[in-house]
Design a protein around this ligand. Structure first.
Ligand code: MD6
Ligand code: FE
Length: 208
């Protein structure tokens, strides 16, 4: 399959283009600015190589995803400030209630900020104990090329362009598929003050 092959998405992966209209995107962006004011973006390091991610991150919710020499994990406080993560904005909780098909609220929202050259390598989201819940993601700002494969590393992949206001739900048979961001397209959105892209991923971490 070519990287840009069209056609249906794998079962369990749902793409809702422009699920948030521009007004909703602006409201959510303000909520994320409030989060970042309390829990500053920082650049985590990979556990093995110690290299820094090109993406800057922070979190909101009871738990936040972090990565450092100790590995990947969820923890209740910001690794640099030691403060608890701020709460998840209401609009995100409402989206989860509407689209996740899962009876319990999310515990973690990872905030990823991509500047012009940033990318995210192919990975699986598997640091959560509860894999019955989907991962729900919201994109804000510049467009991005999202690559999606199967549950085995090295298998065929396809790409999906994600735009500001798009929502992606990855669950069921797609919960553990490999995925990543090949690149962003700077200047394709005017939502942010400058170039860049924000991606928010909502997760349930523990079993209810
Ligand atoms: C991104 N997204 O869009 C990275 N993971 O910047 C993810 O890694 C992701 O969008 C799980 C489910 C949905 C996602
Ligand atoms: Fe992911």
């Amino acid at each position: 399959m070519s990287a840009r092959a069209p056609g249906p998405l794998p079962p369990g992966l749902h793409h809702y283009p422009l699920r948030l209209d521009p007004g909703e995107q602006a409201t959510l962006l303000q909520g994320i600015r409030d989060v970042v004011a309390k829990a500053p973006l920082y650049r985590p390091r990979m556990p093995g190589s110690g290299r820094q991610f090109s993406v800057r991150m922070t979190n909101c919710g009871a738990l936040g995803w972090v990565s450092d020499a100790g590995g990947y994990r969820y923890q209740p406080v910001h690794p640099e400030t030691g403060e608890p993560w701020p709460p998840i904005p209401d609009m995100l909780l409402a989206l989860w209630a509407e689209l996740s098909d899962y009876a319990h609220p999310p515990e973690a929202c990872l905030v990823n900020f991509y500047e012009a050259g940033a990318r995210m390598g192919l990975h699986q989201d598997k640091d959560e104990t509860d894999l019955d819940a989907p991962v729900l993601s919201v994109s804000l700002g510049d467009e991005a090329l999202f690559r999606i494969g199967g549950t085995e590393r090295g298998g065929p992949t396809r790409s999906l362009r994600l735009s500001s206001g798009d929502v992606l739900v990855m669950g069921g048979p797609s919960r553990l598929v490999f995925h990543g961001i090949d690149r962003i397209y700077p200047g394709t959105s005017t939502l942010l003050k400058g170039e860049g892209r924000i991606n928010l991923t909502l997760r349930r971490v523990t079993r209810p």
